[in-house]
Structures are given as C-alpha cells and as structure tokens.
Design a protein around this ligand. Structure first.
Ligand code: COA
Length: 192
C-alpha cells in the first residue's frame, strides 16, 4: 500500500515528489495555503492536542485568532508563506498538516514552523513538509533553514536530526532550542 506525495509549491508547479507508505489510493498534497483554507486552518489548530499545540506555538497559543489567519492567508507579495498538507482520496481533501515559512532575503535564511494532526503523526508527513520547505527555501536562494522548538519537543528534535539539522543555543530564551540546517544547491535539489 502506498501513498504518493505530490507537492505543489512556489505557487503552482509541483517541485517535489516521493513515495510514502500510509494507505491505498491516498495522495498527500502539499500546496500553498489560500484564503479559502482559513476555516480548515482554524479547525486544525483547534483540533491539535494540548501538547501538540503547546509545542507548535511554543506554549503561547490556545486558538488562532480569525484576524490573524486572515492576515496570514491574505498576504500576497509578502515574505511569509503558509503551506497546507492534505490527504486526497477520490477528490476528498482532508487537512493533516500545516507549515509556515518566512524568508529573510537579506540574511539569506528561511525560518519555519509546522504541525501535523495528532492522529497522522509518525507517518512521514512532518518530514514531507520540511522537505517541501527546504525545497522552496533553496529556490528562494536561502542558504540557511532555521526554526525554534521547546527543549522537550523530542519529536521535532528527532525530525530535525533526521534531516541533518543541528541544534544550537537559543540566544534569547533558555526554554528553546534553535534548529539550523545549511542549504547547499545540492541539498535544495535533493529536497526537490
Ligand atoms: C514534530 C512533528 C511536526 C513531526 O511530524 P511527524 O509527521 O509526526 O513526523 P514524521 O512522521 O515525518 O517523522 C520523521 C522522523 O522524525 C522523527 N520523529 C518523529 N516523531 C517522533 C517521535 N514522537 N519520537 C521520536 N522520533 C520522532 C523520526 O526520526 C522520524 O523518522 P522515522 O519515522 O523514519 O523514524 C509533529 O510531531 C507535530 O506536529 N508536533 C506538534 C507540533 C510541533 O511540535 N511542531 C514543531 C515546532 S514548530
């Protein structure tokens, strides 16, 4: 049984494909999030377990404000890009994850954060989202991918290690660990 991953990023063209075993006849689609996804995003965050939400928002958020979501999804031409991961089965789409990446063109870096629905964690979706972000970051010319996570977030730290990221001290907050991965042209191509 296999699930095909078709990732539609950087506004439209698929840039990354891989195989991932989950279920028969199901495709994981990762694409830019648009305004029409706002209800799904609100429901996704509301539906995360307390622990996952705590980890995703570094302890700070119980529920996303609608205005914040509208700002996030309405921003054409900005530097912050939200992605949605959906299972596609017979034209039915189910949101199972999200990610946000922010490009700092001056620094040549991209910062990311992501979450996967609790009942779909551990099936490769986080890794697929991270690979998609790395691909977009590489295409945007970034040479450094970075994020921050709570010190006890073993799943995120393990995922980061798996993709070759290193842990660094967080300068401002001892509760946090900074995750960094250098992007070379080769690693961007590999992620693609
Ligand atoms: C962190 C998170 C995004 C990982 O997503 P995921 O889809 O569960 O991860 P994957 O299935 O792609 O796992 C990829 C690798 O990460 C590691 N990993 C993931 N979850 C793990 C866990 N609970 N324990 C140990 N390692 C884990 C493994 O190395 C795994 O590879 P393997 O299955 O070949 O061993 C997910 O747990 C999540 O949404 N957590 C809540 C939000 C959050 O913490 N966000 C990060 C801060 S921004």
């Amino acid at each position: 049984m296999s699930i095909a991953i078709a990732v539609h990023l950087c506004m439209a063209r698929p840039v990354w494909r891989a195989g991932l075993r989950i279920g028969a006849g199901t495709m994981l689609d990762i694409r830019p999030m648009v305004a029409a996804d706002s209800e799904a995003l609100l429901a996704h965050v509301r539906g995360l377990s307390v622990r996952s939400r705590h980890n995703r928002y570094l302890g700070g958020v119980n529920e996303l404000a609608r205005a914040e979501v509208e700002r996030l999804l309405g921003g054409a031409g900005g530097t912050v890009f939200p992605l949605i991961a959906e299972l596609v089965e017979c034209d039915r789409r189910t949101m199972v994850g999200e990610a946000v990446y922010a490009i700092d063109r001056q620094a040549g870096s991209v910062e990311f954060a992501l979450s996967v629905r609790d009942d779909w964690q551990g099936r490769g979706i986080g890794a697929a989202l991270l690979a998609a972000i790395a691909s977009c970051a590489g295409k945007a010319g970034a040479r450094l991918l970075h994020g921050e996570t709570l010190r006890g977030n073993d799943a995120m730290l393990a995922l980061a290690a798996k993709v070759g990221a290193i842990e660094a001290r967080h300068r401002e907050d001892p509760r946090l660990v900074r995750i960094e991965r250098r992007l070379t042209a080769a690693s961007a191509a590999l992620a693609a």
